[in-house]
Design a protein around this ligand. Structure first.
Ligand code: GLA
Length: 393
């Protein structure tokens, strides 16, 4: 069974520095690295001022960066043929198209925040599967952000990390035009190795939640259904709009402050289901944190399943491939499973006894063939560290 390999940080860092040399004929000043993420539980809660519990993946994006002595910016990727080139003053909304927008957007947002960003050459490469709901876009933004901060001589302390979260969110929502909620950038910049990150979008706090997976003999199996998922498409924005409609009808500023009772009284059936997902999902995050504190993994597994049903039936963001991955994982021995991320495709996450992981992955492969779906890809989600910079040697 082949799981998607995160590769060695050192080798990938050297690789991206070498690719920078081949593309730009110079040595980069710094390499930034930022992880993809998978969410344990708490979906579509971030933009409702709710709770979520993501963790950083070992799979990361790497950005090699060097200062130029003019006001030009060049953006290249080992995964793309064309290099984007433009002026430092034209990196904002509407100025750039395609994947380079995420990089340009970060430079724009850092300038907007008052940083004296110079002309730069940037080359990126990554191991976060693209379009899999594992936040390759946030990994791209955050790898560039930490590298540019280093070029500017800033120290990557907690305050700066929070500022970079804001800049990367602005890049994504205002420049790339994906109306996302901030979970991905927050975990990429603030995660702790071995832990998940409890994010409270109302109190604006984060806390590391120790998982203790190895001691429990469990692993997190992520299955990329390879069903395409794009947050700039309409489904995500439509869900967000439904949540705002629900909050408006209930007279609260966000669904974080709505009760299940009040939600039950919403007239519109669709709006009621959307709000019910959000309110119950926020409760499930709290329940998961409580169950983790006492090592009650059966309870966590049950909460995963409830979360999946809520996303499938109330929020309408699952698809046959995700439902199959989740049902098959449980039949083959997972303690629990659910779709994860924005939905409409992307990935599932399953909590699996270590000794069952190959059997579960194989069972999903077989079920996909039997259903006529294309082959999925699997990876192991070991809770990993937040974004940082690597020395260039
Ligand atoms: C995407 C968005 C996040 C979050 C999730 C759903 O990953 O980028 O902000 O809303 O979907 O939980």
């Amino acid at each position: 069974m082949a799981f998607v390999d995160p590769g060695s940080t050192q080798d990938l860092g050297r690789g991206v520095a070498a690719a920078f040399g081949r593309t730009f004929g110079a040595v980069p000043q710094v390499v930034g690295r930022a992880p993809g993420r998978v969410n344990l539980i708490g979906e579509h809660t971030d933009y409702n001022a709710g709770l979520c519990l993501p963790l950083a993946l070992p799979h990361a994006t790497y950005a090699a960066v060097a200062r130029r002595d003019d006001d030009r910016v060049r953006i290249a990727s080992s995964q793309e043929d064309a290099t984007w080139e433009g002026a430092l003053g034209a990196l904002g909304p509407g100025d750039v198209e395609g994947w380079a927008t995420y990089v340009a957007g970060v430079l724009w947002a850092l300038r907007e925040a008052g940083h004296d960003v110079p002309g730069l050459d940037v080359l990126v490469d990554g191991r976060v599967p693209l379009g899999a709901g594992l936040s390759s876009s946030a990994a791209l933004e955050c790898s560039v952000a930490v590298a540019v901060a280093e070029v500017l001589g800033l120290s990557l302390d907690d305050d700066l990390r929070h500022d970079l979260v804001t800049a990367c969110m602005r890049a994504e929502t205002e420049v790339a035009g994906a109306p996302t909620g901030g979970m991905d950038q927050t975990v990429a910049l603030l995660a702790h190795e071995g832990s998940a990150l409890l994010i409270d979008f109302d109190a604006h706090t984060t806390a590391a939640v120790d998982l203790g997976l190895p001691a429990a003999g469990l692993v997190l199996l992520v299955t990329d259904t390879r069903v395409s998922h794009a947050l700039v498409d309409g489904g995500y924005a439509a869900r967000r709009a439904d949540c705002e409609t629900a909050a408006g009808a209930l007279g609260v500023d966000s669904l974080r402050h709505a009760t299940l009772d009040a939600v039950g009284g919403l007239e519109d059936e669709r709006i009621r289901r959307r709000a019910r997902h959000v309110v119950t999902e926020i409760e499930r995050v709290s329940a998961t944190v409580a169950a983790l504190a006492v090592g009650d993994w059966q309870e966590v597994g049950g909460l995963f399943l409830d979360s999946h049903v809520s996303m499938r039936d109330d929020f309408d963001i699952s698809c046959p491939e995700l439902d199959t991955a989740v049902a098959t994982a449980v039949e083959a021995g997972a303690v629990g499973a659910r779709m994860t991320g924005g939905g409409f495709g992307g990935s599932s996450i399953a909590l699996v006894p270590e000794e069952r992981v190959e059997a579960v992955a194989r069972a999903i492969d077989t079920a996909f063939v039997a259903s006529g779906f294309g082959p999925p890809a699997h990876l192991l989600a070991e809770p990993s560290a937040a974004a940082g910079v690597l020395p260039v040697d």
